[in-house]
Ligand binder design. Sequence first.
Ligand code: SF4
Ligand code: SF4
Length: 302
Amino acid sequence: MGMNRLALVQLGSCGGCQLSLLDLGERFLDLMETYSIESFPMIREGEDAPEADLTLVEGTVRHANHLALLRRVRERGGSLVALGSCAVFGGVQGLSDATAGGRWKESVTRANAGEHIPLFTRRVLPLDAYVAVDFRLPGCPVPMELLWSFLGKVADGSFTPRDSATVCAECMLRGGSTRGGPFRFTEKKNESGTCFLEQGFLCMGPTTRDGCGAYCPISGYPCRGCRGPTDGVMWFQPLDPRRESWRRLSRSTGRREHEVAEFYRDPAHAFFTFCLGEPLFRNRRWGGTPDLIRRIETGDFK
Ligand code: SF4
Ligand code: SF4
């Protein structure tokens, strides 16, 4: 016990992870028997960083005001949860660093001419690059059932983090025989019930952490990697999401890896959609994201 004051704090984000909590429907009301909700930006105005036992922080630090708010949350004590892939890995906002020379900053400044604009951060980083994080719940948005289970267990002290498996481990799709490829998803009809990779489509299931119940593949779409890389991929350098995808597609399509690589002209979006801001990838020597970003910025990507 002792986790009964719950706060939600929003940094730079779309609000989708707060919506996951509301998607619980009647179960959201059940939660209120366990928690008193001290702040919830999407449904109620209130103090932005109230005292709480458990604070769910959604979004990334994009400017100085976000950073000040995050630090206030940390200083007020209680447990801090990085909620969603933006908070855990930098999320889709990490892709902004792949725009040539940070041009988005100029366009935001121009569009808000005459208004006070806080100082932007140099680049997008996960929350744990700034403050200590107690729990991480990735996903874009965080899967509703995962959030429900976490909040139930953390309240009575029975939550224990576990090693991640892959989306493939949860996925029931198997088999398939590719002729040609790789293919874009719109180029070929999907064979229902068959593994997307084996059909020659890019599916990030083999490098993405489980927990969503393979929601996309079983709904008829390849995994885009929204839960971020598994712990193994994060820490074991040879398992870079891009290289591993090339390798898998090479095997399923019978093409050489460099032929597969040439097919993906936008590698940041294809392989690092939700984790381009993750320092563990940026710091890799071989073909890590610093190299990728530099090459995209200079137009040197073939
Ligand atoms: S590659 Fe994709 S479709 Fe195939 S088993 Fe893994 S998650 Fe399922
Ligand atoms: S299947 Fe992949 S993209 Fe879809 S919810 Fe799960 S992790 Fe996210």
